[in-house]
Write a protein that binds this ligand. Structure first.
Ligand SMILES: Nc1nc2c(ncn2[C@@H]2O[C@H](COP(=O)(O)OP(=O)(O)O)[C@@H](O)[C@H]2O)c(=O)[nH]1
Ligand SMILES: [Mg+2]
Length: 261
């Protein structure tokens, strides 16, 4: 693989029809700091063949990892991270939804945050709907998403606005290795579990997490047609949030109490 500073993991499940090949190719030609690792998550359509063809166009910057059978986004992203952390580790790792609901042009904005703020370890894309900004979200998903995000923020004891945006970047360090090591309990909301793990790992001083995690408001975000997430998954997400609370809640609140006392 190339020696790019940022490796971007892109989980792909049955993306043949909506995969934005041109957007990836034109971005990579313009921006030399990035390379991409696509993880084909047991797709049953032509995604694997398509990804091979695309990667063959720029083999040092575009790579594909195939995993069978389908295991869900959490496992696919984790596989990509473990692979990237094994060899020629880049300085930064990101994951990004294949539909480019968050445009690739946002990657340099996240990268800039790390360069300007040495204390930051995680940058989260945040879909804040403000006048004049181009955040296009289905109304139902927006409101369900806001309810969920508020509950997630409670469980994490962290004033985070948006845990579920599929665009996140991480500084590679020992904590990063630790938080990706184990498989996730959750299939749908591993982003929350990842933050819970981060807070647990950094439990010596949890209030510093508010400086180390940076939410970057997105200028553009579009709900791309063809999502495989269904309304019923909203309820599954709550069941998983409960499991996360049971598994990590005590350790997060005890570290908050320790610092507060
Ligand atoms: N839904 C789903 N997405 C997966 C799976 N494995 C990988 N992904 C990828 O996860 C990303 C988000 O999927 P999408 O259906 O757009 O979800 P949404 O944007 O939250 O509605 C895409 O890059 C998918 O290809 C899976 O098993 N199910
Ligand atoms: Mg999507």
């Amino acid at each position: 693989m190339s020696r790019a500073a940022v490796r971007v993991i892109v989980p792909c499940f049955n993306e043949e029809k909506r995969f934005p090949t041109e957007s990836f190719l034109s971005f990579i030609k313009r921006e030399e700091d990035y390379d991409f690792l696509f993880v084909d998550d047991g797709s049953s359509d032509g995604t694997a063949v398509l990804l091979e063809k695309v990667c063959a166009l720029m083999p040092d910057r575009l790579h594909v990892l195939k995993s069978q059978p389908n295991q869900g986004k959490a496992a696919a992203v984790r596989l990509g991270f473990l692979h990237a952390l094994e060899s020629q580790t880049p300085r930064f790792l990101a994951y990004w939804d294949a539909d480019l609901a968050t445009p690739l042009e946002t990657l340099p904005e996240f990268f800039r945050v790390f360069r300007e703020r040495p204390e930051v370890e995680i940058v989260l894309g945040s879909r804040v709907k403000l006048l004049g900004w181009d955040i296009q979200r289905q109304i139902l998903r927006h409101y369900l998403g806001r309810v969920f995000a508020t509950c997630a923020s409670h469980v994490l004891r962290l004033p985070v606005y948006d845990t579920q945006c599929g665009a996140k970047m991480f500084r590679v360090n020992a904590v990063l290795h630790e938080i990706w090591r184990e498989p996730f309990l959750s299939r749908w909301i591993f982003d929350v579990e990842l933050l819970a793990r981060y807070l647990s790992a950094r439990q010596d001083n949890p209030f510093d997490s508010e400086r180390r995690i940076y939410e970057s408001p997105l200028k553009t975000w579009r709900d791309v047609k063809g999502s495989k997430v269904k309304p019923a998954d909203f309820f599954k997400a709550f069941a998983e949030l409960f499991r996360i609370q049971m598994r990590y809640g005590r350790i997060i609140s005890s570290s908050c109490a320790k610092v507060g006392s």
